[in-house]
Design a protein around this ligand. Structure first.
Ligand code: C2E
Ligand code: CA
Ligand code: CA
Length: 317
């Protein structure tokens, strides 16, 4: 131990403590990265980024607050109108959930839907939104408005069993609404075989099925072949990509013509400009939804907008 003094030991110990702290922090970060990489199918390898920590905090917040949010009715149904391009008239609406947290304010679906799909809570939220949609349709029917169907999103979690069908049938019966006014949006990325079986059953029960996000995945055409959808909803990204080149516009034109030949309805989502609406109309797609027309809004606001357009008095509501 010649030449070694207490101060040297202290320095070594200090260095070891620092190294250990760094190691622990790295392990911590690796664990965070591992969780974040769980869905990364391509490489399954992801490097830690500060934002993962942020994501975990958000997840914790969401999971700790979701039950109270249902009990206290913090989830709200927003409605986004669907328009006929040629008539510039509302032809329906999509129900989209918003979480209005008393402290945090508005929380958007992209922050919580995936988490709810993973922990199963999506069922509670969807059932609640479907119920709200049925109440809304009832109010419209009471005023003689029977040409504004409302579509609801059906998470792929529901496709695991048939519980959701019973819920739908009960809600429709309790609210005495016309089944054709509650439409169901199922994303094309839901697994093919499962959707087909469920979709056939829903069709037999008389529901209208919309294939959400058409063109966003790799299997759109296969799903189309196997599943009896009524309407294709063109995905926003797909449409934006296609509209960016002449070749893309041609592909879009053929998709529209294919839908027409297959006697499928067609609706373009995420329409943001007049040029997009005009192009869609020119190639034979007359229905659109997007910020060009209106953003999703609280249901009361949409109700007033609809009544005004249909020349109905709000006093009757
Ligand atoms: P989605 O079903 O594809 O809904 C369309 C999304 O595009 C909505 O986002 C809507 O606000 C947004 N959008 C509409 N027009 C435009 C536009 O012109 N430009 C742009 N940039 N965006 C537009 P939102 O409401 O944030 O919902 C995101 C996704 O969360 C939905 O995508 C849907 O997959 C899911 N989601 C929303 N509400 C529900 C729900 O009640 N249940 C279930 N299961 N999923 C829901
Ligand atoms: Ca949708
Ligand atoms: Ca969509």
């Amino acid at each position: 131990m010649t030449g070694f003094c207490r101060r040297d030991w202290d320095r070594i110990l200090y260095k070891k403590t620092v190294e250990r702290t760094i190691l622990l922090e790295m392990e911590d970060r690796a664990a965070i990265a591992r969780r974040a990489a769980k869905d990364e199918v391509v490489t399954n390898r992801l490097f830690y980024q500060e934002q993962f920590k942020e994501l975990l905090y958000t997840r914790k917040f969401i999971e700790e607050n979701m039950n109270a949010a249902i009990d206290e009715k913090q989830f709200k149904m927003y409605l986004q109108p669907k328009y006929s391009i040629s008539q510039n008239k509302i032809v329906g609406a999509e129900a989209l959930v918003r979480w209005i947290h008393p402290q945090r304010g508005m929380v958007f679906p992209n922050e919580f839907i995936q988490i709810f799909e993973e922990n199963g809570f999506i069922r509670m939220v969807d059932y609640y939104i479907w119920e709200e949609a049925c109440h809304f349709i009832r109010r419209c029917e009471d005023l003689g408005i029977t040409d504004c169907p409302v579509s609801v999103n059906l998470s792929r979690q529901h496709l695991k069993d048939t519980d959701f069908m019973r819920v739908l049938v009960t809600l429709i019966g309790e609210n005495k609404i016309d089944k054709s006014l509650l439409e169901l949006e199922i994303t094309e990325t839901a697994s093919g075989e499962k959707i087909s079986k469920v979709a056939e059953q829903l069709k037999r029960d008389g529901f209208t099925l919309l294939m959400d996000d058409f063109g966003s995945g790799y299997s759109s055409l296969n799903v189309l072949l196997e599943t009896p959808f009524d309407v294709l909803k063109l995905d926003k990204k797909f449409m934006d990509n296609m509209m960016a080149s002449e070749k893309g516009k041609l592909i879009l034109e053929y998709v529209v013509s294919m839908a027409n030949k297959l006697e499928l309805g067609l609706l373009a989502e995420g329409v943001e400009t007049r040029e997009q609406a005009e192009l869609l109309s020119k190639i034979g797609c007359d229905s659109a939804q997007g910020y060009y027309y209106a953003k999703p809004m609280p249901q009361e606001e949409f109700f007033e907008m609809l009544l005004k357009e249909r020349g109905k008095s709000a006093d009757l509501a």
